[in-house]
Design a binder for this molecule. Structure first.
Ligand code: FES
Length: 257
C-alpha cells in the first residue's frame, strides 16, 4: 500500500458513469476486488473505488457521479492531479475452477480486471436502464438484463464459482442461490485501512471493519462465522431509507457520495 499524487490522463463517459484514467506511477494494482481511496482536490474525504483496469502505465476507475465527492472525481481533466492510496482490503480469490462473474449497476466496476485475471469467463450483469447497461461493454462474454428483470434470473443452473459485486439486495439474492459465492460488499469508508471504524458492519455477530475484513467476503461471509442478512444491514437500518423497489441500496450509494 502506498499513497501517490498521480496525473489524470483522461476521462470518458460510459452511459451515466465516468471512466477516469490515471497515470499509474509506482502503485501496485493489487488483486481484483481490492480498492483504492481517491482524493479529489478540494474535497475533505476520499472515496473508495475498485480498480476497473490496469496497464503498466495507467489505472482506470469506473465512477458513478451520484454526489459531490464522486462528481468532483468525474469532473477531473487531463491537467489535474489527485492523491490515490492503495491497494486496500481483500480482493477475490482467483483459485476457482469454473468462474461466473455477476454484477449489478456500478458493481460492474471491478469486473473487467477480474475477467482479465480469470481468462474471460462468462458474466451476467443487471442494470436499471439501457443507458446504464452501456457499461456492459467493458466486460467480455457478458449477458445483460435490464430492470425489472433481475440478474439472478440469468444465473445458470449448473454449478459455478460465483464472484459477485453489486448492491446489497443483489448480493443477498446471489448468496441465497449460490451460498459459496465470493461477494464484494459496499460500505461507507473514510480512511480505508482500519483506523476510523466508519465501515464497521455486522459479521458473525460482531462489528468488523469491512475495509480490513473485506470488501470481498468468501462464501458470502460464512467463513467469518456467518452473517445474518447483509453484513451492511445495520448501517442500512440506521440510515432508514429504501429505494423505489423497497430495497435499501440507495442508502449505501448516498453514503458514498
Ligand atoms: Fe476506516 Fe474502515 S474505512 S476503518
Amino acid at each position: 500500500m502506498r499513497r501517490e499524487l498521480l496525473s489524470v490522463t483522461g476521462a470518458e463517459g460510459i452511459g451515466p458513469y465516468t471512466l477516469l484514467r490515471v497515470a499509474r506511477g509506482r502503485l501496485d494494482a493489487g488483486v481484483p476486488g481490492q480498492f483504492f481511496m481517491l482524493e479529489a482536490p478540494g474535497r475533505v474525504l476520499p472515496r473508495p473505488m475498485s480498480l476497473c483496469s490496469a496497464s503498466p502505465r495507467e489505472l482506470t476507475f469506473l465512477i458513478d457521479p451520484i454526489g459531490p465527492g464522486t462528481r468532483a472525481l468525474c469532473s477531473l481533466g487531463s491537467r489535474d492531479k489527485l492523491h490515490i492510496l492503495g491497494p486496500l482490503g481483500n480482493g477475490f480469490d482467483l483459485e476457482v475452477e469454473r468462474p461466473l462473474l455477476v454484477g449489478g449497476g456500478i458493481g460492474v466496476a471491478p469486473l473487467p480486471r477480474l475477467s482479465e485475471a480469470l481468462g474471460g469467463p462468462p458474466a451476467v450483469l443487471g442494470f436499471r436502464s439501457d443507458w446504464h447497461a452501456e457499461a456492459a461493454a467493458l466486460v467480455p462474454n457478458a449477458e445483460t438484463c435490464i430492470e425489472p428483470i433481475l440478474v439472478t434470473k440469468l444465473l445458470p443452473e449448473e454449478r459455478h464459482d460465483v464472484l459477485a459485486c453489486g448492491p446489497a439486495p443483489m448480493l443477498e439474492a446471489v448468496r441465497s442461490l449460490a451460498p459459496a459465492a465470493q461477494l464484494a460488499w459496499e460500505a461507507p469508508m473514510a480512511c480505508g485501512y482500519g483506523a476510523c471504524h466508519g465501515c464497521a458492519v455486522e459479521i458473525g455477530g460482531e462489528l468488523r471493519r469491512l475495509c480490513v475484513e473485506g470488501p470481498v467476503l468468501r462464501r458470502g461471509g460464512t467463513e467469518h462465522g456467518g452473517t445474518r442478512g447483509s453484513p451492511v444491514s445495520p448501517l442500512l437500518r440506521r440510515a432508514g431509507s429504501t429505494d423505489r423497489a423497497g430495497a435499501p441500496v440507495s442508502v449505501l450509494v448516498q453514503m458514498h457520495r
